[in-house]
Design a protein around this ligand. Structure first.
Ligand SMILES: Cc1cc2nc3c(=O)[nH]c(=O)nc-3n(C[C@H](O)[C@H](O)[C@H](O)COP(=O)(O)O)c2cc1C
Length: 202
């Protein structure tokens, strides 16, 4: 698919079919994560991929009540999504990386030395590449923030506590080709509203 087509097609979907995602297609989607940039080339983002029904059920039992799963209209069929990808950041890896000889000049020893949270930025960039790869594969996805205490998830999947989930990507075949508007009050802004060309624009 042309990149311009991927951009045009990228929308949030909230209803999925149970149809599985082929192994090779999933491999290609996950490969996109390896193409992400990272500060100091730290490459500390990790991705928990849940494909088997038991693992997915364990996930949903942690993040959603049975009532919500049965009754939510806005997200009906979200838990049909055959693949869940949970991207994790790792702040401590950046503190370690910037102590190495080739980076020590940057004087970044503690969190507040970083001008912004590079660990979150890098994981979000990688997660975005994965999202674009999903669209490129002709599939659909929802990215959502984790609605529960992250420690529950770490414990359930034996993940060390240095890792911070930044959200969840549910992906699969869309139940319809018409992604519902996520908000009744927000409209997509025009490019001119986003861009300050050469100076701040009111
Ligand atoms: C950090 C983040 C958290 C989000 N959380 C949710 C969520 O909890 N539920 C949901 O339905 N959509 C969620 N979304 C999707 C947004 O609602 C969606 O991207 C936005 O409304 C624009 O729609 P579009 O992606 O179709 O362009 C989230 C998106 C981001 C980036």
């Amino acid at each position: 698919m042309e990149f311009s087509e991927v951009l045009k097609k990228r929308r949030t979907h909230r209803h999925f079919l149970e149809d599985p995602v082929e192994k090779e297609v999933l491999e290609a989607i996950l490969h996109a994560a390896t193409r992400a940039p990272s500060a100091g080339f730290t490459q500390a983002s990790r991705f928990l991929v849940l494909t088997n029904p038991e693992a997915r059920e364990k996930f949903w039992s942690i993040v959603a009540t049975p009532q919500w799963r049965e009754k939510s209209k806005s997200h009906a069929g979200l838990d049909n999504a055959p693949v869940l990808i949970i991207p994790f950041s790792n702040q401590s890896a950046y503190i370690d990386r910037y102590q190495r000889d080739d980076k020590r000049y940057a004087q970044k020893k503690i969190e507040s030395d970083f001008p912004s949270p590079y660990w979150t930025i890098d994981t979000a960039f990688a997660a975005m590449l994965v999202q674009l790869a999903i669209v490129d594969a002709g599939l659909a996805y929802l990215f959502f923030g984790l609605p529960v205490d992250r420690s529950l998830l770490l414990e359930a999947f034996n993940i060390p506590s240095i890792y911070e989930p930044i959200g969840v990507i549910a992906l699969g075949h869309p139940a319809n080709n018409d992604p519902s508007a996520s908000s009744k009050v927000q409209v997509r802004l025009h490019q001119d509203d986003l861009i300050w060309m050469n100076d701040f624009k009111r």
